[in-house]
Design a protein around this ligand. Structure first.
Ligand code: ADP
Ligand code: MG
Length: 636
């Protein structure tokens, strides 16, 4: 390595001192709170990066714009939630990779302005007179985290691992990656939050000697609940199932406490800003009672028209409020287990993630469900960032390199003749993956093929979701059926999908990165799966019919061609009769009866078979004659 020297002073330029290894940070970009962590070279332990004073590891994912070009992030932005709701943004993660249509029914959750002029495209947020995409806003959060790390560690940070929920689809993962890029970070990998949590506990790392284990990760954050069942085999992570509720978290508990207080003091005159104040008080009360379990009750005072109103929360009241929420999360856990076809006894470890799991009652109920103590030694709101730092360390080559494996939630494929879905990467395939299939052209001299990419389980593409489309152009003129077009799908470790079409004879190729126009919510995904099961029989029938129609069309076209090309070898009667059979076959298509169509296909085939033989014989005879002529030539 060349060490730059300052010519004037003759000293080494500090930042370029050799052996100073690049620090790769791990980032938990959360809905409510975000954190940044690294492996401390002194003790080799994952460590949350605090601010310069050494406090506040948690950075609230809140962004307040003081004007168009100035903003503040985190704790400093928090007070503006109440005073400036229009210019103070929160829960941005919910909008990542989403269209307005995706979030329309939850619009009231956001106090800021989400633009709804185009329901299909990715959402934008209006602040003052400017429009921001969720990617830009997330980038501002990431930038603040990056700067925090740079100030505290006194070095530049340019590489990161960022975590996302296990159910995030391609659009959401890509959006997260783009946000990192925009913040000046080289995002080495996007990893799943439950995977990170497991890594933080050393599960699946080189020091873990268990060869195979099944773990459940229970993550109750501020606004969302996720449970994931993972299998870890020799350092390979596989998501067996995920479940959850995207609208269930600590915030809902806070709202329920406010509701409880309102019923307690019916005279409380509630307006919007007072409600927000009450919510903050409710969160304080919840945390207080959680942390000082069973001994204290929390008392808060708020003032209305100069009169003090006393609001209280004791452990028993909190327990009553919590129970229905906990039950909902346990239902999701049972569902995830049943999807993974596992019983609670087959789960080796249960990891608690998310600030809301600091509440002892939640830990207790989860532990009861799984029949074993839960892992909660690490701070549940820090564990994801810590694990991201471990993954960063693995990527830096400091630990045995491990592949992090995930699965595709839905099948991927392309549209073929008649609008049929041709699956290339089946649902639940392990990623990274490359899968390919060969196709050919339908028409003579066809120079382009349209490739439409779909995601879903239904047999007809119209029932699935289009992810993108492109045209492979420049195929050299060849008779139909001769070009060999290979369509390959490559899904990398981040779940980003690339589709490539190559005409193998000529080498003409075209590739696109699939960036879905808008995201797919968890509900939509399960909806799609459900539909595919419900329509399985009709889908099979539709597919069989469509395949018969495709076969009939190809055969009719070929036969048409044949009688024109070989008219000299056929009698007029033969030609006319063939025309009749072709017409009858085409006629049969409108019957929508696949058996009938097959009968006509068979009839036409039987009728033309002798002609084909005749042509073959003639061709052979010609070839022989050619050979003879050739040998004569030589002889003479
Ligand atoms: P996210 O993953 O959504 O970014 P976190 O994991 O940081 O969120 O969890 C935030 C939630 O945890 C908030 O609803 C907060 O009120 C709750 N929380 C934090 N500390 C405690 C505590 N001591 N007791 C109960 N809930 C808590
Ligand atoms: Mg979280």
């Amino acid at each position: 390595m060349i060490v730059p020297i300052n010519i004037k002073t003759g000293t080494l330029i500090q930042s370029e001192i050799p052996n100073q290894q690049d620090i790769i940070v791990g980032i938990d970009l959360g809905t409510t709170n975000s954190l940044i962590a690294y492996i401390n070279p002194q003790d080799n332990l994952p460590t949350i990066i605090t601010d310069e004073e050494g406090n506040n590891g948690l950075v609230p994912s809140i962004l307040h714009f003081t004007d168009n070009s100035n903003w503040i992030v985190g704790n400093d932005a928090r007070p503006y939630l109440i005073s400036h709701p229009q210019t103070t943004l929160y829960s941005i993660k919910r909008l990542m990779g989403k269209s307005y249509r995706d979030i329309a029914e939850h619009n009231q959750l956001f106090s800021y302005q989400i633009i709804d002029d185009d329901t299909e495209r990715l959402v934008k947020i209006r602040v003052n007179n400017r429009f921001y995409t969720p990617i830009e806003l997330s980038a501002l959060l990431l930038k603040a985290l990056k700067e925090r790390a740079e100030t505290t560690l006194q070095t530049t940070i340019s590489k990161a691992v960022i975590t996302v929920p296990a159910y995030f689809n391609d659009a959401q993962r890509q959006a997260t990656r783009d946000a990192g890029k925009l913040a000046g970070l080289d995002v080495l990998r996007i990893i799943n939050e439950p995977t990170a949590a497991a890594l933080a506990y050393g599960i699946g790392t080189a020091s873990d000697t268990n060869t195979s284990e099944t773990i459940a990760v229970y993550d109750l954050g501020g606004g969302t609940f996720d449970v994931s069942i993972l299998r870890i085999e020799e350092g390979v992570f596989e998501v067996l199932a995920t479940n959850g509720d995207t609208f269930l978290g600590g915030d809902d508990i806070d709202r329920a406490i406010v509701q409880y207080w309102i019923t307690q003091c019916p005279d409380l005159g509630i307006n919007k800003s007072m409600y927000r104040e009450l919510r903050l008080r409710a969160e304080q009360a919840k945390k207080y009672v959680s942390d000082n379990h069973s001994t204290y009750s929390h008392v808060t005072q708020i003032f209305e028209f100069g009169t003090a109103i006393i609001l209280a929360l004791n452990p028993d009241e909190l327990r009553q409020i919590l129970l229905p929420f906990i039950e909902r999360t346990l239902t999701c856990c049972r569902q995830a287990l049943s999807d993974a076809q596992l019983t609670t006894t087959e789960v080796d470890k249960v990891i608690m993630v998310g600030g809301a799991t600091r509440t002892p009652l939640i830990r207790q109920k989860v532990s009861e469900l799984f029949g074993k103590p839960v892992y909660n030694e690490l701070n549940p709101d820090e564990v994801v960032a810590l694990g991201a730092a471990v993954q960063a360390d693995i990527l830096a080559g400091n630990q045995r390199d491990m592949l992090l494996l995930d699965i595709t939630p839905l099948s991927l494929g392309i549209e073929t003749m008649g609008g049929l879905m041709d699956v290339i990467v089946p649902r639940n395939s392990k990623i990274p993956i490359r899968a390919a299939r060969q196709y050919t052209t339908q028409r003579d001299g066809q120079s382009g093929i349209n490739i439409a990419i779909y995601q879903g389980e239904r047999d007809l593409v119209k029932d699935n979701r289009c992810l993108g489309e492109f045209v492979l152009r420049g195929i050299p003129a060849m008779p139909a059926g001769l070009p060999k077009v290979e369509i390959s799908f490559t899904i990398d470790a981040d779940g980003i999908t690339r589709v490539r079409a190559t005409e193998l004879r000529s080498g003409v190729a075209q590739q696109i990165e699939v960036k879905p126009q808008y995201g797919l919510s968890e509900e939509e995904m399960s909806q799609m799966l459900l539909e595919s099961v419900r329509h399985a029989q009709t889908d099979r029938d539709t597919r069989a019919l469509q395949e018969a129609i495709n076969e009939a069309n190809t055969l009719a076209d070929t036969a048409d061609h044949f009688i024109v090309r070989h008219a000299d070898m056929l009698s007029t009667d033969e030609i006319n009769l063939t025309r009749d059979h072709i017409a009858a076959l085409r006629q049969s298509l409108s019957s929508n009866d696949k058996d009938l169509i097959h009968t006509y296909i068979e009839t036409l085939n039987t009728h033309t078979r002798p002609f084909a033989e005749r042509v073959m014989d003639a061709a052979v005879a010609m070839a022989m004659k050619g050979k003879q002529a050739l040998s004569n030539d030589i002889l003479e």
